[in-house]
Design a protein around this ligand. Structure first.
Ligand code: BG6
Length: 502
């Protein structure tokens, strides 16, 4: 099926093919906090076939009844609203099955065959929500058990969670391992940012409006800022985070995927491959980073206060090594060497324990070349900014100059604001709802293709190399609750620019 992220009418509203969704790591945090609540929303909206069932594969033996109860309780806790009443809870829970021993693929294969022989689904959607060291062995095991090859008239697909590798080499190896067992059309590499409504809207903003595309280039755009700020710290994930850090955790995937949506050329159609081709091309055009010390910043948080609450520094967090050099903040300056974006820097930043949770893309336009307003010479005028608020308070605002009411002619910046809540009302569905639904439909548009994942690693690899070899100084720090280290401000100041105040 050709992909179309803006599916209308029947396809989006009719239930998907019946399938068995087999979740490896189904007892984990992601499954309990996100995947099951999202499946519940999909079930309530009638988007799942009544025959679709969920199989949780886990290492330790599970008691099915208590696991079912646990799933429902977790959904009530983490996603209030996903379980409307007891009747729904019961019928949803009855669709959950457990399979113990995640290394016995023959056993899994038999259970799936038994299910099909009883009239259950013959389509299989595998979901790898396990530590990444388990990806290649699980893929291999599925292949050995013949589970990658669907029966005639059925399908078999696999969703692979991030992190997809920890550097270019391991990402390539994982891609190779996956390709030995599954065809690329069967592989769904998840980047949940692509499933966010506001990220999907980037294409509509650019391609369904006359206003923006003509100025979407180096003639009019001064620079672009992409920020993903979090107020949370490392929480319970120190073990994972110590191996990852902000660059791997957020920039290599989420922020570069957003950059690709912002910067890619217009696709010839909305077919999945047309969009994914353009994303690959623009990522390929990102200039290899050379003078790393002036183009990349890293730091971790020192003790401070976030929203009025005192919080420990990163090095004092449970599970973090006292001499850790893992960054919890990272900023990059990138250039895209193509016709459209020549000379336009893209500044990316992300960090934990910043003052608030906000993800935004800001297109900052060039100043007017000349003004006739004596009180407001060009250097006093603000730049126009198109700010795409990915989350929260989803929406878009346009900052432009206006005349301050009064007899004198004073110019002031004002905002024109679109808010999802005001314009559309209702609930914005979670990215995982959209992405699981798309995998069931067979639409890969909002999933990262092999080449774009590798391009993402290609872009950050020189920074990873430089940072791992540079042990000379203590890692820069920023006070928890601030907007990051002075080095990040200095990176923009060197270009005569500032990060936006969010
Ligand atoms: C995940 C990262 O991919 O994205 C987390 O591993 C981060 O560290 C999370 O907190 C942020 O996602 P969201 O949707 O809350 O912005």
């Amino acid at each position: 099926m050709s992909g179309n992220p803006f599916r209308e009418g029947m396809l989006a509203d009719s239930p998907t093919d019946p399938c068995a969704l087999i979740i490896f790591g189904g007892t984990g945090d992601l499954a309990r906090r996100k995947l099951f609540p999202c499946l519940m929303h999909l079930a309530r909206e009638g988007r799942l076939s009544d025959k679709t069932v969920f199989l949780c594969v886990s290492r330790r033996p599970l008691d099915e009844t208590s696991f079912r109860n646990d799933v429902i309780e977790s959904a009530r806790k983490f996603a209030p609203g996903s379980v409307p009443d007891e009747e729904f809870a019961k019928s949803f829970a009855a669709r959950i099955f457990t399979v113990s021993d995640d290394t016995s693929f023959a056993n899994l294969s038999k259970q799936l065959a038994d299910l099909a022989s009883l009239g259950g689904p013959r389509n299989h959607l595998f979901y790898l929500s396990i530590p990444p060291t388990g990806y290649a062995p699980t893929i291999h095991g599925l292949g050995q058990a013949g589970l990658a090859n669907p029966q005639t008239g059925a399908w078999s697909r696999i969703i692979i969670e991030k992190p997809f590798g920890r550097d270019l080499k391991s990402a390539r190896e994982l891609n190779r391992a996956a390709a030995e067992v599954f065809q690329e059309e069967q592989i769904y590499r998840i980047d949940h940012y692509l499933g966010k409504e506001t990220v999907q809207n980037i294409l509509v903003l650019r391609l369904a409006n006359t206003l923006f595309e003509p100025v979407w280039n180096h003639h009019y755009v001064d620079h672009v800022q992409i920020t993903a700020a979090e107020s949370l710290g490392v929480e319970e994930r120190a073990q994972y985070y110590e191996e990852s850090g902000a660059l791997r955790d957020m920039i290599q995937n989420h922020l570069l995927q957003i950059l690709a949506m912002i910067a890619m050329e217009r696709p010839a159609s909305l077919a999945a491959e047309a969009i994914r081709d353009e994303k690959r091309k623009v990522l390929e055009a990102v200039r290899p980073l050379e003078d790393i010390s002036s183009l990349a910043v890293r730091a971790h948080y020192a003790a401070g206060a976030v929203t009025g609450k005192a919080v420990p520094g990163y090095l004092e967090e449970n599970g973090v090594s006292k001499n850790s050099r893992t960054e919890t903040f990272s900023a990059l300056k990138l250039h895209i060497d193509n016709w459209r974006w020549t000379g336009v820097p893209f500044y990316l930043r992300t960090g934990k324990r910043l003052p608030k949770r906000v993800t935004e893309v800001a297109i900052v336009f060039r100043k007017v070349p000349h003004t006739v307003f004596a009180q407001s010479p060009v250097d006093k005028l603000d730049q126009n900014v198109l700010a795409i608020r990915i989350q929260p308070n989803e929406g878009i605002s346009l900052k432009f100059e206006a005349k301050l009411p009064g007899h004198a002619l004073h110019v002031r910046p004002v905002d024109m604001d679109f808010r999802y809540g005001t314009s559309f009302g209702g609930r914005i569905s979670d990215a995982y709802e959209r992405l699981m639904l798309d995998a069931m439909i067979g639409d890969q548009t909002l999933f990262a293709r092999r080449d774009s994942v590798e391009e993402g690693w290609r872009i950050v690899q020189p920074v990873l190399n430089y940072w791992s070899s540079d042990k000379s100084e203590p890692l820069p720090q920023y006070v928890a609750g601030s907007w990051g280290p002075a080095e990040a401000d200095a990176m923009l100041a060197a270009d005569g620019r500032r990060w936006r105040k969010l």
